[in-house]
Design a protein around this ligand. Structure first.
Ligand SMILES: Cc1cc2nc3c(=O)[nH]c(=O)nc-3n(C[C@H](O)[C@H](O)[C@H](O)COP(=O)(O)OP(=O)(O)OC[C@H]3O[C@@H](n4cnc5c(N)ncnc54)[C@H](O)[C@@H]3O)c2cc1C
Length: 582
């Protein structure tokens, strides 16, 4: 318990009389932290803290990297800014050494402040001081995050496009230099590598690598690429919304959880410019932001996440996963969250110009390449509509090529209404793409009027394709039953195949192989949505617990287990068996 004497040693409470110190002492929580532990995380609910012993560092996440932005000594308070503004914590507070802090809940602080106006005045003064000035929070917010990487690459080099997209999806800030960047050597920090060796990357204050593989870039940036342990309670394949949700629930519920992602976290959602229908974000949220928050959450809770690693094979008998490069990981359970991949168009000129003005999906990193150009979107679904809105603030004009006579059948009303309000967006109906043309990059497209068959040639500075997606499940073992289109069958759909061999019923998301679950877009089912994927990813973990218990696994962590985030005890009672398919 925090004593009244200790309360008196905190500067803002020094003027309180004995009775008031007693009162604060009864309200305050006494918290001991080991070095590295957080008193409050960035984004947490407000509360007022005071440091009793040790040292605390305010930490801000920039680019997914923690940056220390100050220090608190015994007698100092922290949390005054969220308390005064009624906001969440704009920075986290981490113990730099073993420390002791007291915590006053917001309501308790306000009760004290109502009786002691001097305390409120001092907290207000400190909050204003923390926010102001170039070293204050407003200065931090105004300061553009310094790039972690400099990329030198040609605009129409698919290798450079892939690298920029990878950095963008992994939330790594970068500066991109092209041959026409005037002060390129100064920005690079010396002579640039020869152009024939581009794309090249320079990690700020670090190495230069020419023509890097994505995995090499990931290694240089400290993004996980190698498994720490050899065995996991659950291995999740894919880090889209379903996989990240499974990671968050798995890690937070005490499972040793590993996610393997062949590219970058976020999946399809990471390429969505604005998701308008995800609960809790009234103004919509960009897929990249949603993915970035989910990734931080999963990592903070202790999930291990590998990027640029693909699972190439699963052994159904042993539940071993083979990764590209030959690594083998032993899993007790597997969650397939590998989503779907864009359907490819096979049209004249496509393969040659892919990545040189032609793109599948709407990578945000391509936005600067469309400035002032006339671009085209192929597709008539919601993702095409969102992309048209996104690019309309960059390109001179956006034209949607729609095979049908109306958007109403395939696109949501709110998007159609928003498209109608943008003067630089138009839709060509009953129009199909016939060819793509250009020498170095896309220059023109041929479109066919499907009623008359007439071909028209249009100048085009960019073509973004949204014609649907297919499950890419050819690599899964034969033991896992699929529907004719390659989607993974689970629960009662799977049972109808007659291939379920156990006496017990399969769990709702269980595949034909006991202990292997599927969730999100890769699972056979009518709903392909972010919310459905997140829900299924979290449900899959409930079934993982049930499976581990049925299989006689204790779910106890072996003594050599890697360090793990906030591992909570597993509450089996909360795992409902009524959700199983019967
Ligand atoms: C442009 C666009 C806009 C959208 N807008 C919305 C919207 O507004 N609202 C909405 O609800 N939904 C929207 N969606 C749909 C939504 O994004 C998907 O339903 C959702 O992302 C599916 O999540 P998932 O995790 O199941 O799969 P995915 O998002 O497809 O993620 C699967 C991940 O698995 C990885 N992977 C695949 N195979 C392997 C392997 N063998 N090894 C390792 N990793 C692998 C992939 O690289 C990928 O990152 C949109 C989709 C797109 C493309």
């Amino acid at each position: 318990m925090v004593t009244p004497e200790e309360i008196g040693r905190i500067e803002i409470f020094a003027g309180l009389d004995e009775v008031e110190r007693e009162r604060v002492s009864r309200l305050a929580a006494d918290i001991s932290l080991v070095a590295g532990e957080y008193a409050a995380h960035e984004g947490e609910e407000r509360a007022l803290f005071a440091l009793l012993e040790g040292r605390i560092e305010p930490v801000k996440l920039v680019d997914g990297i923690e940056r220390v932005v100050g220090v608190r000594h015994p007698g100092d308070i922290f949390g005054e800014v969220p308390i005064v503004l009624g906001t969440l914590f704009p920075v986290g507070f981490r113990a730099a050494e073993n420390s002791r802090v007291m915590r006053l809940e917001a309501a308790d602080y306000h009760a004290v402040a109502a009786l002691q106006p001097n305390v409120a005045k001092e907290v207000g003064r400190l909050a204003a001081h923390r926010m102001g000035g170039s070293h204050g929070l407003s200065g931090l917010a105004a300061e553009p995050p310094p790039p972690r990487v400099i990329v030198a690459g040609h605009r129409w080099d698919p290798g450079c496009t892939e690298l920029r997209r990878f950095l963008d999806l992994n939330q790594v800030t970068f500066k991109w230099l092209t041959p026409d960047t005037p002060d390129a050597p100064e920005q690079w920090g010396g002579p640039l590598p020869a152009e024939e060796d581009w794309p090249a990357i320079r990690i700020v204050d670090g190495k230069t690598v020419v023509r890097p593989q994505l995995r090499r870039a990931a290694e240089l940036l400290g993004l996980g690429t190698e498994a720490v342990a050899g065995e996991y309670d659950t291995v999740v394949v894919g880090a889209g919304p379903a996989g990240l949700a499974a990671a968050v629930y798995g890690a937070s519920e005490g499972l040793r959880t590993m996610v393997v992602e062949r590219e970058a976290p976020g999946g399809q959602a990471g390429t969505s410019s604005r998701i308008e229908n995800y609960l809790g974000f009234p103004s919509g949220v960009s897929g990249a932001e949603l993915a970035s928050r989910a990734l931080q959450q999963a990592r903070r809770l202790g999930a291990e996440i590998l990027v640029t690693r693909a699972v190439t094979r699963i052994d159904a008998a042993t539940l071993q996963l083979h990764l590209d490069g030959g690594d083998v990981i032993q899993a007790r359970t597997i969650v397939l969250a590998c989503g779907v991949a864009w359907r490819q168009l096979s049209i004249e000129g496509f393969d040659r110009l892919a990545g040189k003005g032609i793109h599948y999906g709407a990578a945000r990193s391509e936005a600067p390449n469309t400035h002032g150009l006339d671009i085209h979107i192929i597709g008539a679904g919601n993702s095409a509509g969102q992309a048209a809105l996104f690019f309309s603030t960059h390109a001179r004009s956006v034209t949607i090529l729609c095979r049908g006579g109306t958007l109403e059948r395939s696109m949501s009303r709110y998007l159609i209404d928003q498209l109608a309000m943008r003067p630089n967006i138009q839709t060509l109906y009953r129009t199909e793409l016939a060819a793509a043309r250009g020498d170095i990059s896309l220059e023109e497209i041929d479109v066919r009027d499907s009623a008359t068959g007439d071909i028209t040639r249009l100048p085009s500075g960019g073509l973004f394709i949204f014609i649907g997606a297919d499950a890419e499940t050819g690599w899964l073992p034969r033991e896992i039953a699929l529907d004719p289109r390659g989607f993974v069958l689970t629960g009662s759909d799977m049972r109808a195949t007659g291939r379920w061999t156990l006496d017990r019923d399969p769990y709702l998301l269980e595949t034909t192989v006991p202990g292997i679950f599927a969730c999100g877009d890769v699972r056979f089912g009518p709903v392909k949505r972010v919310a459905a994927s997140v829900g299924e990813g979290s449900m899959a973990i409930a079934f993982v617990h049930q499976y581990l218990r049925d299989a006689g696994w204790t779910e106890e962590r072996p003594p050599d287990a890697p360090p793990h985030g906030a591992a909570l005890p597993v509450d089996h009672a909360s795992v409902s068996t009524s959700a199983t398919a019967r």
